[in-house]
Each structure stands twice: as C-alpha cells, then as structure tokens.
Design a protein around this ligand. Sequence first.
Ligand SMILES: [Fe+2]
Length: 285
Amino acid sequence: MPRPHIEFIQSQVLPWSPLGAGSARPGATGKSLSFDHVTQATTVMMKYPTNWILPEAHYLDSDEELFVLEGDLWVGSVRYAKGDYAYLPAGMPRPSMRSDTGAVVMTFHEGTHRTVYGDAPVGLYDPTRLIAKIESEKMPWGDPSDPIVAATANGAGRKLLREDPRVGDRTWLLRFGPDDPKKMTHGRTETHPVVEEVFLMEGEISMPYGTLKPGAYFWRPPDIPHGPVGTLKGLFGLFRCKGGPMTTVWSRDESPMIWSAPYTPVLPPDMVPLASASYDASLRY
Ligand SMILES: [Fe+2]
C-alpha cells in the first residue's frame, strides 16, 4: 500500500524506535512519520546519540534528503548543523558518517534505503542530482510561489531548497505571519494534484481537522480538498510536494474559517490509538 493519508499527527506522541544493525543508521533511533509499503520510501525523524558513528565506507541504495533540526551530523567531511539541508542521491560514496554532539534530523528516504558497505556499482550515483549542502538560515526569504498566498498571507516567505528537474518535486521552507481573525472570517478551500507533506516547526495552523502545533506532521495524497487554512500565531514549516510541481486549485466560494476545530484527524489504523495521547507541549517533537 502506498503511503496513507496522515493528517495530522503531533510527532511528540510517536515512539522513538531503536534502529538495528540491518538498518540505514545502526545505533540511532527514529520516529516513523510515514511509510510506503510498496516502495519502502519513508519520512523519519532520526535521532543520533552523542558520539554516534558509522565508520565504514558505504552508500545508500536510494536517495536521502535531510534537514537538521538540532545538533550536528557529518557525512564524510561535510558537517550539517541546525537548518542545513542536503539531497544525497543513491550510490553517493560515503566514507563514514558520525555525530559528535548528537542530532535530530528530518530524513526522507525515497526507496529501500539499504546501507551497503563498499563501493556502489558504476552508474548508480548521478552527481548532477546532488545538493551537497544548503545553509537555509543564511538564505534570503523569497515570495511564495502561489500568487493567492503571496497576495493574502501576512508576512509570507519561502526558501526553495530543491526542485527536481525531471518531475518537479519540490522541498521548501515556508513562513507566514499571523492572520487577523477579525478580517479573516472565511477562506477558500484548496486542492493540489500532488502529495503535500508538512512538518511544522514553529507557530500553528488552524484547519478543519484541528490546530497543528509545533512538531505536527501530515502527508496528504493528491486531490484532497482542504481548508480553509489560517494561522493565529504565524507558522514556520518544512514542506514537500511529491509527484510533480505544487499547483493549487482554489474553490470559487469561501467557507467559514474555523480557528479552533476539535482534533479529528485522518490516520492509518496503527496511528489511531496515538491520536488521543497527551503530550508535553514544551517538546518540539
Ligand atoms: Fe495545501
């Protein structure tokens, strides 16, 4: 089964699971946010302990995309710190990996993500697809790509981290300032022809399924109408679209804006018991 609709889950309620010898990161722990049982693609929050090391030369058999939430992570001689982003294609040689301080890293694997020791077969690694490192905190904010968002959202800004030249998949950071609930009494619903995936790092998002707080995650398959969406505190999040470029079809009519809807998520069966779990709101994830 491809990845199910998950909208939304606070990552705080998900368990940290130890990753064993056969995993991509032996000795780390991970929170599985979403998983595709067909392709093995997954979004996982990876936690590396202090002085974690994978000393052997290796490669991964599928693409890995990463965004550091805290700490440091080394891949070979490249050090990633908070806010750093990379897209590491399948087969890229990795002399070693390590974390000195420990780290928490949003990690997106596009396939079976097997760690293979030794040299990759010739031709697997396509260096033209590599994004070795982007220090996102040093990037300037640009305009959101959607003209309606750019025109209506207060203080909206986007940092585009990646756009796949072949299929148009994108990864970006997005921020909005707070909406004024006195002015924003109604809003349009929106639909995308692609998957929309979001990890909220700051602020909140109000929508009919409830209010996302920092640490919230969703994976929304294509063609699912959603909204209206607003934010009373502003927001800062990591966004991806899969299956092509992000385009939006807006509803013609507006619906009432619901600022504090009860939490009524759409979740796969294994996550349903977690929906009612309480969590420490002071934790970021
Ligand atoms: Fe959307």
